[in-house]
Design a protein around this ligand. Structure first.
Ligand code: BTN
Length: 241
């Protein structure tokens, strides 16, 4: 994968722009970076607050895998994000399933994967969007209790450019490992970096809200959970509360 970077001062959403570029046939490794976003997209239709103190980027990936394995990219990108935050700042960053990155239990980074489903002219692509709160020192009231930045955790500011190059190197490393050797190494590293396995999680399944202990990731990328009566259920990422 060779990176080709498109930089913007301010756009609506790097994911939105990267999706359009994927549709136009831009190759794997195309990266869209914005200093700030006016309509940053979060998971589950939420907004990602994107002032100019953070890193906002989206990478076009076109791995040669069947659509049924797309979910593996979510684990790969989370590993790259958590590792790169640690490498850049020395601060311990953990992955909360499915793909939030936390420092001391508060969210420092979010990941949004979207797909371009392909057309007659273009093959499908995955857009991996990553937002990292690098130097923010305050957040809107709705997220103030649960959000943090690397600067808050370290009590000093960092270079957003440095964060960008650390993340892109880490993504390159894990993507190359994945394409060379498969998913197992990625998943092993995910287990080392995650903070969800063994803890209670609450998920909204079609059968109602279930709270249980996160046990493991199954072969479809979903979370196996066990409630106090030993009842086992499988949760998909969209169901996490
Ligand atoms: C989440 O809800 O946790 C996911 C947030 C993802 C935010 C990033 S910022 C860069 C990219 N562009 C977007 O519009 N969203 C993602």
């Amino acid at each position: 994968m060779n990176y080709s970077i498109h930089r913007y001062k301010r756009i609506a959403s790097t994911n939105e722009t990267a999706l359009m570029l994927a549709e136009d046939g831009e190759p794997e490794g195309t990266v869209v970076i914005a200093e700030s976003q006016s309509a940053g997209r979060g998971r589950l239709g939420k907004t990602w607050v994107s002032p100019d103190t953070g890193l906002y980027l989206s990478v076009i990936l076109r791995p040669k895998i069947p659509v049924t394995y797309f979910w593996q990219m979510a684990y790969l990108v989370s590993v790259a994000a958590a590792e790169s935050i640690h490498e850049m700042s020395g601060i311990d960053a953990r992955i909360k399933w499915p793909n939030d990155i936390l420092i001391d239990g508060n969210k420092v980074s979010g990941i949004l994967l979207e797909t371009f489903n392909g057309s007659d002219k273009q093959p499908w692509a995955i857009i991996a969007g990553v937002g990292i709160n690098v130097n923010a020192n305050e957040f809107p009231p709705e997220i103030a209790h649960s959000a943090t930045s690397i600067a808050i955790a370290a009590d000093k500011k960092f270079s957003v450019d440095n964060m960008e190059s650390c993340f892109l190197s880490s993504l390159y490393k894990w993507y190359t490992r994945y394409t060379d050797d498969g998913f197992e190494n990625v998943l092993n590293r995910w287990y080392q970096l995650n903070c969800s396995i063994g803890t209670e999680i609450t998920v909204n399944t079609p059968d109602g809200i279930i709270t249980g202990k996160a046990i493991r990731i199954d072969e479809n990328g979903n979370m196996v959970i066990e409630n106090k009566d030993g009842f086992i259920a499988v949760a998909v990422p969209e169901q996490i509360l």
